[in-house]
Design a binder for this molecule. Sequence first.
Ligand code: 13P
Length: 257
Amino acid sequence: MKPILVANWKMQLSQAESVERLTALRLGVKDFGYAVHMVVCPSFTALERAKETLITSKIQLGAQDMFWAEQGAFTGEVSPTQLRELGVTHVILGHSERREFLGETDKMVAQKVESAMAHGLTPIVCVGETAHQRNDNQQESVIVQELERALQCTPPPSENQMLYVAYEPMWAIGTGEPASPAQAELMRQVIVRTLQEKFGAELAAHRCGVLYGGSVDAENISHYVRPDSYQGALVGGAGLKPETFLALLTSIKQQFS
Ligand code: 13P
């Protein structure tokens, strides 16, 4: 399976800044080949111009969230069909910042994952324990429960469909203190087992991918994203600048070639 690098731009950039950085990225990946899936997730407000900027580029467009219904009286929400209209192919769902600051529940995440799959969007489902839960050694049960609940309405991915799970320990996000490679690998195995139980070994191996996120940078990415471990990374800070994004890509390419 092809590795993947996903940049979550969160609420960091204006529309003009997003276009500027995507233009630089587009040029930077020109000679890169198709060895790595590249996805950038700007703010909703930048998606339309991002789509124009990325036309014929190898970089795919992702959204940072989505509502589950297709249409209706849901003030402030954005639907899967509206995202498709803007050229979006991937969508981050259940990010811990949404769970923490906006009260997003497992049930809401489950509805979003089901809807994303039904509308042909590739979900990137985030799970991760808090520092407190890890101190209590509950990380495995927390992740299994979060993932089982997030996927409770989701049918098995069909041919040509992918489902990504991102393990993002909350204590590692934006702190400069990533999970150790051993901690991350253990959690990847827990996630793979949960996916195997849900979808069977074959689909878990070929239609599901596991990403690591949390203080990933160009120096440490090779500890996580490698042929015998994570299939990709979901990055915040390091994905914001074209030069660091390209350094991450280069590392992944080296690991997988
Ligand atoms: P950082 O890479 O900045 O730690 O953020 C990770 C993240 O939350 C990506 O979704």
